[in-house]
Design a protein around this ligand. Structure first.
Ligand code: IMP
Length: 178
């Protein structure tokens, strides 16, 4: 089955406005703490790039990538990084920057891996929350938008590595068979 870009769910202006609101709250709450942003590749790259430049406080950044776990109903192998953080996380105030929380499995695994490195604090900033699909409960301290159960692309989010460059977030639709 083919797919095509459908309607715009969140236009660029709305993303940028929400991003400034999140950056203001984060800047206030981390004003007197050293902040380490952990960007989860690849989907959060564009969100991270805009978010860190909208902060009014200093921060450091590092990048991680997770092995995709595939079918969540299959027996789980130990979750692993395909790219681990390179800075020492012990005693740091970590803010994980994610694109979307769907079932919640990826961020749950990531939290476990990061907590093992003994940070001082660990919070999550997710641009999108597809709460209807949740299978494991996940606290999201800073959330951009609650979205319905649809597959979305753009602003870093992909389908088969496509559409990450779009400025809006749009719904991906199945193409009718000819
Ligand atoms: P979870 O483990 O089910 O919460 O899935 C999180 C990951 O699945 C995200 O970091 C994305 O990479 C991917 N994902 C989930 N929903 C979407 C979507 O609607 N568009 C693009 N990627 C998605």
């Amino acid at each position: 089955m083919g797919y095509r870009l459908g309607r715009v769910l969140i236009p660029e202006a709305a993303i940028q406005q929400r991003l400034r609101e999140l950056a203001d709250v984060i800047s206030r709450e981390y004003a007197d703490r050293d902040l380490l942003l952990i960007c989860v590749l690849k989907g959060a790259a564009i969100f991270w790039a805009d978010l860190c430049r909208a902060l009014s406080i200093p921060c450091q950044s590092d990048f991680v990538a997770m092995e995709s776990y595939g079918d969540a109903t299959a027996p789980q192998a130990e979750p692993r990084f395909t790219k681990a953080a390179t800075v020492d996380l012990a005693g740091r105030n970590i803010l994980v920057v994610e694109d979307i929380i769907d079932t919640g499995h990826t961020i749950t695994h990531l939290r476990q891996l990061l907590e093992a490195r003994r940070p001082r604090s660990l919070r999550l900033c997710a641009l999108l929350d597809k709460a209807e699909r949740r299978e494991v409960q996940v606290p999201i301290e800073y959330c951009g938008f609650l979205i319905p159960n649809a597959f979305v692309v753009g602003y870093g989010l992909d389908y088969a590595q496509q559409y990450r460059h779009l400025r809006d977030i749009a719904v991906l639709e199945a193409e009718a068979e000819p």
